[in-house]
Design a protein around this ligand. Structure first.
Ligand code: SF4
Length: 456
């Protein structure tokens, strides 16, 4: 996906291992989850008596160094990487959030987005901090003025939308997942006997934890000296795991719901080759998330696979360029064509999804300028026509190109010779043998949890 991609959800991590510094393990876990949010990151830690929180704007590796991690002692920690979904991009909205209310002191990290934040905020006592939806949840928990687990069992059933939480008080690590299971959350165990929670399995891999299982929808796990205790705080509702975790968000080296992400993307590419074949010389991905899909397309079509674009891996935030020339340069900073690969050749360009298409249009122009004879664009998911309200920031619906234009218009706008999107049934079949368990609202407009205002 190009830089008009949705801003990823968030990454959460937690560890309780009384034999190792939890802040260092959390740093490694967050490093593995950096792709889920690059605006801010934070770690909360407890030595058993008090909680310390350190968070800042920026990447995990730029915020935390050895000095800063050493200042966070203890064997219990949670961490968070964030991209803003509800609430502005600002330090005050960085996570974990923490609250001190009477004897209750806790920290909380949230992946997902609630859809009833406004209604929940009305339940808060006057003067409560209001920023993101996560702040509102923290305020509701603090208002309970009771034990954190008791507060969670009271507050969580009132939340509507998507949430995978990690939370902690001075001694316990807690995880919870919404009754639809929109966002993933995994439980792992270290060789030392310590326990880990993480948004994705690669974060367990990097700290040497074995994947035990996923947290179930509607489940709360409490980890303390006695081990792992589980509570079902809500009856599971129809499963609605985000299909875009498989298309774009999650790392390809992970597994979700028992399905390997890389293999799912490869199957999408194979299905696309069967659905939309075309005579061509080269199958090439828009790097990086489209690579497995392009490999699948090439394998199923028998057409050579290769790189036609090189991606600069050190791109941070792109700036708003004041002139057309600078805007073109800004696209070229991210991608540059390999002229020898594309000149005079008929290309099948594989992209995982098209959201706004601003960068993709520039990229297609670069391939033409480099001498591509034909460009056939193939997309590993159906047209992205509806906004996500469950934690993937795709902006207002009017910014989605497929909400404004037909497929033919998009093809012409991008300057492609042909454009085909993978059909929804083929996409869900490539992900899972039970497609009923997936959210596809951004592709179909069929929202598993009604959106106030949209469904008023
Ligand atoms: Fe994922 Fe789309 Fe559903 Fe959002 S609307 S949770 S991006 S499938």
């Amino acid at each position: 996906m190009a830089d008009d991609s949705p801003k990823e959800a968030c990454g959460v991590f937690g560890v309780r291992d009384l034999q190792q510094p939890a802040s260092h393990l959390t740093y490694l876990g967050l490093y593995a989850l950096q792709h889920r949010g690059q605006e801010s990151a934070g770690i909360a830690v407890s030595d058993g008596t008090k909680i310390l929180v350190d968070k800042d704007m920026g990447l995990v590796s730029t915020i935390f160094d050895e000095h800063r991690l050493r200042a966070l002692p203890g064997g219990l920690a949670i961490g968070h990487t964030r991209y803003a979904t509800t609430g502005a991009s600002a330090w005050v909205n960085a996570q974990p959030v923490s609250r001190h209310a009477g004897d209750l002191f806790f920290a909380l990290g949230h992946n997902g987005n609630l859809v009833n934040t406004v209604a929940l905020a009305r339940e808060l006592p006057p003067g409560a901090e209001l920023g993101s939806d996560s702040d509102v949840v923290a305020g509701l928990l603090a208002a309970e003025r009771t034990d954190l687990v008791t507060a969670l069992t009271t507050v969580l059933p009132r939340l509507e939308g998507a949430y995978s939480f990690v939370a902690m008080d001075e001694t316990r690590l807690i995880g919870a997942r919404d009754p639809h299971g929109f966002r993933p959350l995994f439980l792992g165990q270290l060789d030392t006997g310590g326990w880990v929670l993480a948004s994705e399995t690669p974060a367990l891999d990097v700290v040497g934890a074995r994947v035990v299982r996923e947290i179930d929808p509607g489940e709360l796990v409490v980890i303390d000296d006695e081990g792992v205790r589980t509570l079902q705080f809500a009856v599971p509702r129809p499963r609605a795991l985000c299909s875009f975790e498989f298309v774009y968000i999650a790392r390809p080296d992970g597994r979700i719901a028992g399905v390997g992400v890389h293999a799912a993307r490869r199957r999408m590419g194979m299905a696309l080759a069967r659905q939309a074949p075309v005579d061509a010389d080269l199958v090439m991905p828009i790097p990086d998330s489209s690579i497995p899909g392009a490999q699948g397309y090439a394998a199923a079509s028998g057409i050579e696979y290769g790189d036609g674009l090189i991606k600069n891996r050190y791109i941070g935030r792109t700036f708003i360029a004041p002139t057309q020339a600078l805007r073109e340069s800004a696209v070229r900073i991210k991608f540059n064509p390999i002229a020898d690969m594309v000149a005079g050749r008929r290309l099948i360009v594989v992209e995982d999804s098209i959201v706004r298409a601003t960068t993709l249009r520039g990229t297609m122009g670069m391939l033409r300028d480099a001498g591509a004879a034909e460009i056939h664009l193939r997309v590993l998911s159906p047209p992205y026509r509806w906004s996500c309200f469950y934690g993937l920031d795709t902006g207002d619906r009017s910014s989605l190109i497929a909400a404004r234009m037909s497929v033919d218009e998009i093809r012409d706008h991008l300057g492609a010779d042909s454009l085909e999107y993978l059909e929804i049934g083929a996409m869900t079949e490539a992900i899972s043998p039970s497609p009923d368990g997936l959210c596809t609202a951004c592709l179909t407009g069929d929202y598993p949890v009604p959106i106030p205002g949209l469904h008023a």
